[in-house]
Design a protein around this ligand. Structure first.
Ligand code: CP
Ligand code: NVA
Length: 315
């Protein structure tokens, strides 16, 4: 594992598309170790400052970065749109150059994937995508960690994403499934299915890992699911489309009936959170015995810490 992790020094995490399966597996192993030793006092981030750029709100991602870094002696600096000039009175490239002179790494949450890419290209330090409109890669690592805690190796298991199949969370899960050989079924209305170009890009990865990616508009496709995952119907920035989303996605609510269609007593429920009970998921499911959402939320911290440790060469 150590050599694989050492190769990650200096790397950004923007999508997972440029990470190999063995690199992702090494990060998962490191995250498990980090979780195991979470009560030990370590100071691995002493002398390290990390900029946390947020154009959109966050509870889990911000808190995971702040606590992971701060508890080990590092200095996380939260910078919202109200604080800095990112793309407003200063170009993204210039902000990136300046932050790169002052920080060891940068986290970015915002709208455009191109902003995360520009920060990575011009800062000279690792950049972590904390969510854009296209991807949510740190979330997907925590999701797989949570699934592996439940099932061991997920290779050959069936993960179903039910809901807005073209959103950032769905896309990152598809990439992760393709890389790690997890069978994924996206159950969504035709209007909200992953784009053809993106699926074509992933098809090569699925062929290499031997897993299958199925897109279905019929909820009976969840039959045999080991895990059912959903996300909000309108992502941040899409609030104006809420009425239309409710109309399109109401038949895809994750509820008791959907779990009966899965027909697997071991099937677990995941959600990146925040959740809207009564919309994408019913209360009995998210608060019930099959839900693993709180483990999943905690694992955001361990996986993010693993990513920072490896990419800053601190292991
Ligand atoms: N899942 C997730 O990214 O949560 P936050 O929006 O609270 O960071
Ligand atoms: N798809 C959601 C994820 C939130 C963590 C959004 O972008 O708002």
């Amino acid at each position: 594992m150590c050599n694989t992790l050492k190769n990650l020094q200096g790397r950004s995490l923007l999508t997972w598309l440029d990470y190999s399966a063995s690199e992702i597996r090494a990060l998962l192993e490191l995250a498990r170790n980090v979780k195991h030793e979470k009560h030990q006092q370590k100071q691995r981030f002493a002398g390290i400052s990390i900029a946390l750029l947020f154009e959109k709100r966050s509870t889990r991602t911000r808190c995971a970065f702040e606590t992971a870094v701060g508890e080990e002696g590092g200095h996380p600096v939260f910078l919202s749109n109200d604080d800095i000039q990112l793309g407003a009175k200063e170009t993204i490239e210039d902000t990136a150059r300046v932050l790169g002179r002052m920080f060891s790494a940068i986290e970015f949450r915002g709208f455009k994937q191109s902003t995360a890419e520009a920060l990575a290209a011009y800062s000279g330090v690792p950049v972590y995508n904390g969510l854009t409109d296209l991807y949510h890669p740190t979330q997907a690592l925590a999701d797989v960690m949570t699934l592996e805690e439940e099932f061991g190796d997920m290779c050959g298991k069936k993960l179903c994403f039910v809901g807005d199949g073209r959103n950032n969370v769905a896309r990152s899960l598809i990439v992760m499934a393709a890389k790690l050989g997890i069978n994924i079924t996206v159950v969504c209305p035709p209007e909200l299915q992953p784009g053809a170009e993106f699926l074509a890009q992933c098809a090569e990865l699925f062929a290499a890992s031997g897993a299958v990616c199925e897109i279905s508009h019929d909820t009976t496709a969840v039959c045999g699911a080991d895990a059912i995952y959903t996300d909000v119907w309108a992502s941040m920035g899409e609030e104006a489309q809420k009425t239309e989303r409710v109309r399109l996605l109401a038949p895809y609510q994750v509820n008791r009936r959907l779990f009966e269609q899965a027909d697997n007593k071991s099937c677990v429920f995941l959600h990146c959170l925040p959740a809207v009970r009564g919309e994408e998921v019913t209360k009995d499911i998210i608060d019930g015995p099959q839900s693993r959402v709180w483990d999943e939320a905690e694992n955001r911290k361990h996986t993010i810490k693993a990513i920072i440790l490896a990419t800053l060469g601190l292991i």
